[in-house]
Design a binder for this molecule. Structure first.
Ligand code: SAM
Length: 222
């Protein structure tokens, strides 16, 4: 089967299980109009994040990599009324579009968008004594993935779920000689994860409307 079939199957699933959602459609249009790259999670993946957050009973979520806030909105909608999501974004244009999208989707009160280098923001949050998160979604620049994983562990408690996106990269991940900094970053992320006694993790390959990739998911324990 080819990429065309993967897309058609994604459409088939979305038509049946993801009712038409005018707000999310407007968010995607706003992203396109602003010229944002179409690298947000797919609708079916967004819903998977939403279901995980609900399974986890998450009240505090951290997302690294906002883009236009599409995944943020899926996650925010899983929160109880007193829950919140902190999302980190470097690009001021992405952040501006995301803020307007949060208002459009009516989740702005539950979202704290912090702009700037995620690593700097994470260090700042540490200084502020940020409480642990229930769910952490890592989806920013892949070369920094190992550092994001270390921060994720710092902001975890036993039971925290950590998810990392784009960890297969069209299969490039098995190339030990790759010079692509994103592949190198994801490979070090896997190495770290494999040595980390505090996390039970796996990764799943995926195909869909955005090609062949995959996500990693782990749960933190004592
Ligand atoms: N999670 C989003 C979604 O599914 O809708 C997609 C995020 S996109 C794959 C990655 C985002 O990370 C981009 O918006 C990019 O500007 C941001 N980013 C890249 N490097 C960053 C950094 N050093 N610190 C914070 N954000 C960064």
């Amino acid at each position: 089967k080819d990429a065309n079939t993967w897309k058609k199957v994604d459409d088939y699933i979305a038509e049946r299980l993801l009712p038409y959602d005018p707000d999310l459609e407007k968010v995607l249009s706003a992203n396109r109009e602003a010229g944002l790259p179409e690298i947000d999670v797919t609708p079916t993946q967004g819903k998977l994040l939403h279901i995980w957050a609900r399974m986890q009973g998450a009240k505090r979520i951290l997302e690294i990599g906002t883009l236009g806030g599409y995944s943020t909105i899926w996650l925010a909608r899983a929160l109880p009324a007193d829950g919140s999501i902190v999302t980190l974004e470097l690009d001021p244009l992405h952040a501006r579009v995301a803020r307007s999208n949060f208002a459009l989707a009516g989740v702005e009160r539950q979202v704290e968008l912090r702009t700037g280098e995620a690593l700097a923001q994470l260090a700042q949050m540490d200084k502020e004594g940020t409480e642990p998160f229930d769910l952490i979604f890592i989806d920013a620049d892949k070369p920094n993935n190992p550092f994001y994983l270390q921060w994720a562990l710092r902001f975890s408690r036993p039971g925290t779920v950590i998810v990392g996106d784009n960890v297969v990269r069209d299969g490039e991940i098995i190339r030990a000689d790759s010079e692509d900094p994103r592949v190198i970053g994801v490979r070090s992320f896997f190495d770290l994860l494999s040595r980390e006694p505090q996390v039970t993790a796996t990764a799943i390959q995926t195909v869909g409307s955005k090609g062949y990739d995959g996500f990693a998911i782990g749960i933190v324990h004592d």
